[in-house]
Design a protein around this ligand. Structure first.
Ligand code: UTP
Length: 230
């Protein structure tokens, strides 16, 4: 199976969690042993936001703030690369093409951000589109997608599965609540929908959830194409 794994900065970088990074490295080795092809995209989380704050204080514009956040995400990608040694590519891919080539060479590409104004969700979705991936996994800091923001509403219900159209509705409803954390960037969702990629959102603090998702077990929230009524 061809998998794109997007690991939230909220999971490995907020605060930096070396034990968890090591657990992910073991997981990637296991996926490789099981003959799966995996491309990884990591974010910079709280550390990236801290650097964005510094850039702001320095009077730098948004583009420069983004560039700094991208650099931070690439440092996390580098940790993976160094730990994976010959299983990964020689350097952090700086383009989608580099990541795709790395995977085609039988390696595990691990990349961070790509360009200002984007999110790492979109970077991962672009890779999934290029690779015609079977599965896109978002490892995040929640158990999956909820009908309302679980951090604000104790009665929020986790959705087991939904289609892309339902997801747009959940996003639309939460949009006017300022500052809500979008579990998946709508831009990425658009690409994944178009590419007909299956998406699973799981709690990334337990890397075994990723293995479960790859095995097709019920975990987190599954987003799929609308099934035709027969
Ligand atoms: P993300 O918000 O995509 O990563 O990027 P994250 O830290 O993993 O987020 P969680 O854990 O899912 O919440 C962080 C910031 O990096 C810049 C943007 O400023 C973005 O808000 N960035 C990232 C870019 O400008 N371009 C990219 O391609 C990626």
């Amino acid at each position: 199976m061809r998998v794109v794994l997007r690991i939230g900065g909220s999971v490995i970088a907020s605060p930096i969690n070396p034990a968890l990074i090591n657990a992910y490295v073991d997981l990637l080795k296991e996926l490789k042993r099981l003959t799966h092809e995996v491309a990884v995209v990591v974010g910079g989380g709280a550390l990236a936001r801290e650097f964005i704050g510094v850039a702001k204080d320095l009077g730098l514009d948004e583009r420069s703030q983004d560039e700094v956040a991208i650099s931070v995400s690439r440092i996390f990608a580098q940790f993976f690369l160094q730990k994976l040694e010959e299983l990964s590519c020689e350097a952090v891919p700086l383009t989608i093409e580099d990541a795709v080539n790395c995977l085609r060479e039988g390696k595990i590409p691990v990349m961070g951000g790509l360009k200002p104004g984007m999110t790492t969700d979109t970077v991962a979705a672009l890779i999934a589109e290029q690779l015609d991936a079977d599965l896109f996994i978002k490892a995040t800091d929640q158990e999956g997608i909820y009908n309302r923001d679980p951090r604000k509403h104790a009665d929020a219900v986790k959705l087991e599965r939904l289609c892309f159209e339902d997801l747009s509705r959940v996003f639309a409803e939460s949009k006017h609540r300022a500052g809500i954390h979008q579990i998946l960037d709508p831009e990425a969702v658009k690409l994944l929908k178009k590419g007909r990629v299956r998406v699973v959102v799981v709690n990334g603090f337990e890397p075994e959830n990723i293995l479960a998702a790859v095995k097709g077990e019920k975990v987190g929230t599954l987003i799929e194409q609308k099934r035709k009524l027969s």
